[in-house]
Design a protein around this ligand. Structure first.
Ligand code: URA
Length: 261
């Protein structure tokens, strides 16, 4: 099989990997690969290699004994996530775990906690090109249970529940720290509404991933590290970002270990 169009990977490259971790940021791919190597009992880096890097899509393969796991960055948002999931599925991947960062919208959630999404509000656009809007964006139960077990094993504070996935970081998440500071009427007060409806957090990829996985017969899960709580601030602090990223990676790596055991 020749290489898939965007990811620049072919079936022979991925050596039968069935599980992929999906960060948004290509810069996180080596960090996640390293965490997986350690978690799977391998020597750091020795068992991880970069396979391809094109546009926002960077892929590493991690191997330990019989286990093969891919780490592929999706870029930000639904459209590029849909490309990564489609092309990885064409190559044989069946389980997808998004590992990202998030803004919490419930006061009890603190920076450094992780959110494990059980479902997502579909405020993205890409998911509606896979299934009508009435179709639910729901995480796979086995993957979600593994993420919860991973958070418990790592002793990281977690919250499992509904996430809101938006197509924009600024107006869609009702941010006023933007160029004009204007939030269109449709989104004014929407954070309060989601809070009242027990939505935990904002991010930008889970709805596309869950809808695609449901519709295509794949398994999808999502863990995100909390970088800020929106009632407190709109500004992300560097230390909070690092902690959130580290915690989400630890939970995801632990979940992979559980799923492969
Ligand atoms: N990612 C988001 O989409 N929103 C945030 O507030 C933080 C990370």
């Amino acid at each position: 099989m020749k290489a898939v169009y965007h990811l620049k990977l072919s079936k022979s490259d991925i050596k039968g990997a069935k599980v992929a971790l999906l960060p948004g940021d290509p810069g996180r791919v080596p960090k996640i690969a390293e965490a997986l190597c350690t978690g799977l009992g391998g020597a750091k880096k020795a068992n991880a290699q970069e396979l391809a890097y094109k546009r926002e899509f960077c892929t590493w393969l991690v191997k330990s004994g019989a286990a093969r796991v891919l780490v592929t960055s999706t870029g930000i948002g639904g459209p590029s996530t849909s490309i990564a999931v489609e092309e990885l599925a064409m190559l044989g991947v069946r389980t997808f775990i998004r590992v990202g960062t998030t803004g919490a919208i419930q006061r009890r959630i603190r920076p450094g906690d992780v959110v494990i999404s059980t479902a997502a509000v579909r405020l993205d656009g890409a998911s509606s090109q896979y299934a009508p809007i009435e179709y639910p964006a729901v995480a796979d139960l086995d993957v979600t249970n593994a993420l919860i077990a991973g958070a418990k094993a790592e002793k990281i504070r977690y919250h499992a529940g509904i996430t809101c996935s938006t197509d924009t970081f600024y107006p869609g998440q009702e941010r006023k720290d933007s160029f004009r500071g204007y939030v269109p009427r449709r989104f004014q007060g929407i954070t309060k509404e989601w809070e009242k409806l027990n939505v935990l957090n904002y991010e930008m990829e889970a709805a596309t991933l869950f809808t695609m996985c449901g519709a295509l017969g794949l398994k999808g899960g999502c863990v995100t590290g909390v970088v800020l709580e929106r009632h407190t601030t709109e500004k992300v602090m560097h230390d909070d970002l690092r902690r959130a990223e580290t915690h989400a990676i630890k939970v995801a790596a632990s979940a992979v270990r559980i799923l492969l055991s």
